[in-house]
Write a protein of this length. Structure first.
Ligand SMILES: Cc1cc2nc3c(=O)[nH]c(=O)nc-3n(C[C@H](O)[C@H](O)[C@H](O)COP(=O)(O)OP(=O)(O)OC[C@H]3O[C@@H](n4cnc5c(N)ncnc54)[C@H](O)[C@@H]3O)c2cc1C
Length: 406
């Protein structure tokens, strides 16, 4: 039986190096940042990135050919969880969303010329990118409804439409833009195509950054008017926008889970630390059963999150179908994260509600995890469909429940 939950020594050594880097370099620089002033943020990220490169901790998810560390998804799960113990850890190592997903997408779908022009500078940390799919007028959960339209005119595609919540659009050097190109596709999922759009450019109007529950956010609303994109800037083939989105979102969702595990772990550590130091009604909080139940629930949920993410990453690394496992992990970890942070706030009382700890900020950030990149209910719908199909087609639920040897 080859079920081995240990990492090879070199990956364990890498864990120590990432932890030391985050604690020793990233956190102290992060503490000096003024959130209202983006120039201090930029300077801080540059400083962290230089230190990451010096320590050989740059671009963990990309192959060596692009200057990366060439880690598989299982090793990446560990690195991302470690890096995300700090808000800027993934930025320091150049594995932050949405660039990380865009790099994977370009690596898989880009032509040689597209990779040299867009992927290489992104990997070198010289530029940033964004991914533009969601629209205010139609449900983002169903990309077959996309209305932004691209029409061929000579050697250019002319695009008109409306996007919003485009993370990192301001300051991005290019966008991967999803638009409808096919009027009569064989299946509704084959109506859209993806385009590489150089930014800034006429016709791409960044009208505002949307204020959200975690502040003015870096997520833009874009009005697209007669934007011309050369023919050779299509990424993948005509009608492959949906496939490309799915290819991008599978590992990208798991990468979110990995970062959420880092955040959940911090919240649980803070819960335990506070509970063992706070005295009320004759004993420490940690001695009260109600608090122990919270700690136990958070511990079990963190453990389940780690197992689910590692197993989904294992399947991706082995080229196995990972859709169900990623869906289940994304749903579970997103919800566990929200509950674990909420319990941490409860145990901290007023302190947890204040900005004197990172918990309030973490709670605001965590809320979007339950609907972005696949809403809870959409994942539940897909999970149930696969379970029903497995039963009807095979008379067994094994493939729907992780295809585990149990
Ligand atoms: C912080 C943040 C960053 C983002 N970054 C990007 C980005 O960079 N690029 C980009 O393109 N988009 C981005 N998004 C948008 C995100 O991908 C969408 O919010 C998501 O796809 C959901 O689409 P929607 O908001 O239109 O919600 P809708 O699709 O309208 O869904 C709303 C709700 O309806 C329910 N629902 C939907 N379908 C079903 C169903 N089949 N069964 C039952 N209930 C259902 C769910 O409860 C869901 O939460 C970002 C969003 C946030 C909050």
């Amino acid at each position: 039986m080859a079920i081995d939950f240990s990492f090879p020594p070199e990956i364990e050594e890498l864990r120590t190096r990432v932890r030391e880097f985050v604690d020793g370099v990233v956190r102290p620089i992060e503490a000096e940042i003024d959130d209202e002033d983006r120039t201090t943020l930029r300077g801080a990220v540059i400083k962290m990135r230089k230190a990451a490169i010096e320590r050989g901790l740059w671009l963990p998810h990309m192959p060596a050919e692009y200057g990366g560390m060439g880690l598989g998804h299982v090793a990446m799960a560990m690195v991302s969880a470690e890096a995300a113990r700090s808000r800027l850890g993934p930025w320091a190592m150049n594995c932050q969303a949405p660039d990380e997903g865009n790099m994977h997408t370009l690596l898989h779908w880009g032509t040689h010329e597209q990779k040299e022009k867009y992927l290489r500078p992104l990997c070198e940390g010289r530029v940033r990118s964004c991914f533009a799919m969601t629209e205010p007028e139609v449900a983002g959960s169903d990309p077959t409804l996309i209305r932004t339209r691209a029409v061929l005119d000579g050697d250019d595609w002319v695009v008109n439409g409306h996007k919003w919540f485009i993370s990192g659009a301001r300051g991005a050097k290019f966008a991967i833009l999803i638009a409808r190109t096919e009027d009569d596709p064989e299946i509704p999922q084959a109506a859209n195509s993806a385009f590489l759009v150089d930014l800034p450019i006429d016709g791409w109007n960044d009208v505002r950054e949307i204020a959200t529950m975690h502040g003015s956010s870096g997520h833009s609303e874009i009005v697209i008017e007669n934007l011309r994109v050369p023919r050779n800037r299509m990424l993948g083939g005509r009608g492959q926008g949906h496939k490309l989105g799915q290819y991008r979102l599978g590992p990208a969702r798991l990468a979110h889970c990995m970062r959420w595990i880092g955040q959940a772990e911090i919240a649980l550590e803070m819960t335990v630390d506070r509970a063992t130091k706070r005295f009320a009604h004759g004993s420490m909080l940690s001695e009260k059963q109600a608090i122990q139940w919270m700690i136990a629930d958070s511990t079990m949920e963190l453990y389940q999150s780690k197992l689910m993410v590692l197993h989904a990453a294992y399947r991706i690394d082995r080229g196995l179908d990972f859709r169900s496992e990623v869906s289940m992990a994304k749903h579970f970890v997103a919800n566990a994260l929200n509950r674990i942070i909420d319990r941490a706030i409860q145990v901290h009382g007023a302190l947890g509600y204040s900005h004197d700890t990172p918990l309030a900020h973490m709670a605001q950030q965590a809320r979007w995890a339950r609907f972005a990149d696949g809403a809870d209910e959409v994942h539940q719908m897909r999970i149930a469909q696969r379970t029903i199909a497995a039963w009807q087609e095979k008379g067994s639920l094994t493939t729907a429940t992780g295809d585990l040897p149990l």
